[in-house]
Ligand binder design. Structure first.
Ligand code: GTP
Ligand code: MG
Length: 518
């Protein structure tokens, strides 16, 4: 494909999810609205032999087409396909694997319909949905298959009884009632006593579902000079209706689910990097873990410790120096959100690298700056920060996100201010919680005013509004070395502010979110 100016839409937006290596991949497909589909095509109830044979023929064709599928198991309108553990089919790209399986299966279903229903017209296009699931070892893949076969048994036993009762004259509701709460044993007895049916004599295809796999069969490969066939064992796709829950089948067919070899080159493929979508604003939010304990150990002031908040602000400001792509930061209490410019290419936008480096650098700053802010307090416990990355496609949503964090700051701080005033005035913590339960913002302001003569709005803005950090142009004297004191030059300065983050703020500071700070 030629590289056009538009090619970036692929390079930057299309990402293929690759299924992790060294896992068995199961693609399970299921007929969409087959309840209706089987009705309009008058399938026999509860099992239509031809419909099931058609499904099996499709599965056989799928195995013949895709050699990396080692086993398939089908029941009713569903089929599971198992890819060998070390398959490199389409480099394990999920969308390719899934879409090809489901599309090829459907295509064969339509093409072969006439072979199985020569006298029935296909009245509407059948279609299937599908999912891909990874199973890490032989045990889980065997258990997966056992789960499907147990399901087949339970459903089929129920459906056999249900339709026998209906065919004998009961209404569907009566049949349902008759079977409610019955066990497998009861159902077998019902079939034996009322209908002289031994459930175990029912066709194995109905009871056991269908297993599709390659089996060695003696195949005529050519005719010798005397006209006798020369036979050789060849792998041929086979359908069987057997028990796959117990060990016997697997002991006799060890070639099917063979575990792959671990190759040294392949170990590095486990490192799957998630890329944060291009042209999205990335928000990295850092939050101190178990900060309650940390603040108690270091006897930080309650509800707000100005020095601890200043240390958070200093660390965040230094983050902005280190990461030029951070255009804005907002923090309160023990958390900080860093907004990366939508065009940031930091670590090619690999989530794990962005997350880990931010988290680590912030932690490092916090610890190294601790002494400056708390010269008389030793750092007794190592602080830890958990970090997550969020992706926002529109600037408007980033602003909403920040407003949300600021609303949280306000609500939390107002509550905590009241709570600690009550506690300091002699109430127990439990009493203080009780008093504040269900109060609105207005009520809390009144409580502070009436009981403590405090005007909440006069509390420090850093506590009420949190801290915003952004770059601002400042003018400074330049050319001092030349003795020319008259000239000034502009410089970007990292500013910490405690203001409302409404639309007014963004209008007034429009440069923050445009390119001009870079
Ligand atoms: P979705 O899969 O959610 O789209 O719905 P669905 O209608 O396909 O139902 P679901 O997959 O849960 O169940 C499969 C349905 O297919 C059964 O409930 C039956 O109604 C129908 N079905 C499958 N095989 C046969 C069959 O051999 N005979 C008859 N009569 N119906 C069948
Ligand atoms: Mg279905």
């Amino acid at each position: 494909m030629a590289n056009s100016e538009y090619e970036y839409v692929k390079r930057e937006f299309e990402f293929d999810r690759c299924l992790p290596p060294s896992n068995w991949i199961v693609v399970r497909i299921d007929g969409c609205h087959f309840h209706r589909f089987s009705k309009i095509h008058a399938f026999e109830k509860p099992n239509d032999k031809n419909a099931l044979r058609l499904m099996n023929a499709c599965a056989t064709a799928v195995l013949e087409k895709f050699p990396d599928i080692v086993f398939a198991y089908g029941v009713s309108d569903e089929y599971s396909f198992i890819f060998r553990e070390e398959t490199e089919f389409y480099h394990r790209r999920e969308s390719k694997i899934l879409s090809l399986c489901v599309s090829y299966f459907t295509s064969v279903y339509v093409m072969k319909w006439k072979d199985f229903f020569p006298n029935k017209e296909l009245k509407e296009p059948p279609y299937f949905d599908g999912r891909a699931v990874c199973y890490p070892n032989l045990k889980t893949i065997r258990d997966y298959l056992a789960w499907r076969q147990v399901d087949c048994h339970i459903n089929n036993q129920y459906n056999t009884c249900f339709w026998m009762l209906v065919k004998s004259g009961k209404s569907e509701q009566e049949a349902q009632l008759a079977l409610k709460g019955t066990f497998a044993k009861d159902k077998n007895e019902l079939l034996a006593q009322q209908f002289q049916i031994n459930y175990d004599d029912e066709p194995a295809m109905f009871r056991k579902g269908s297993s599709v796999y390659r089996e060695k069969v003696e195949t005529t490969v050519k005719i010798d000079d005397f006209g006798d066939p020369i036979k050789r064992p060849r792998l041929k796709v086979t359908v069987a209706h057997v028990d796959i829950i117990g060990p016997e089948f697997w002991e006799n067919h060890q070639h099917i689910l063979r575990e792959g070899k671990i190759l040294h080159w392949f170990v590095k493929k486990f490192g799957i990097n998630h890329i944060l979508s291009h042209c999205n604003w990335i928000v990295v939010r850092i939050n101190a873990c178990q900060f309650d304990q940390f603040s108690t150990i270091h006897s930080l002031d309650k509800p707000n410790d100005e020095t601890a908040l200043s240390l958070m602000n200093e660390s965040a400001s230094l983050m902005m120096e280190q990461y030029p792509d951070i255009v804005f930061a907002y923090g309160f209490s023990n958390e900080y959100s860093f907004v990366f410019h939508e065009k940031s290419e930091l670590y090619q936008r690999q989530e794990s690298l962005i997350l880990s480096s931010c988290s680590s650098y912030f932690t490092s700053l916090y610890i190294t700056k601790w002494k400056e802010f708390f010269p008389h307090k030793e750092l007794m416990q190592t602080p830890r920060f958990e970090t997550e990355a969020l992706c926002y496609p529109k600037l408007k949503i980033v602003c909403e996100y920040l407003s949300w964090r600021q609303a949280e700051c306000h609500a939390g701080n107002q509550y905590n201010t009241c709570f600690w005033m009550l506690v300091k005035s002699g109430k127990s913590e439990k009493e203080a919680h009780e008093i504040l339960k269900g109060t609105l913002s207005k009520d809390k302001n009144e409580l502070l005013f009436q009981q403590f003569q405090m005007n909440y709005n006069n509390e420090p803005a850093m506590f009420r509004k949190g801290s915003c950090i952004y770059r601002q142009k400042v003018e400074e004297l330049a050319g001092a070395e030349d003795g020319d004191n008259d000239t000034t030059r502009e410089r970007w300065h990292v500013k910490v502010d405690h203001v409302d983050l409404g639309p007014g703020f963004w209008r007034k500071h429009s440069w923050i979110t445009t390119n001009c700070t870079q």
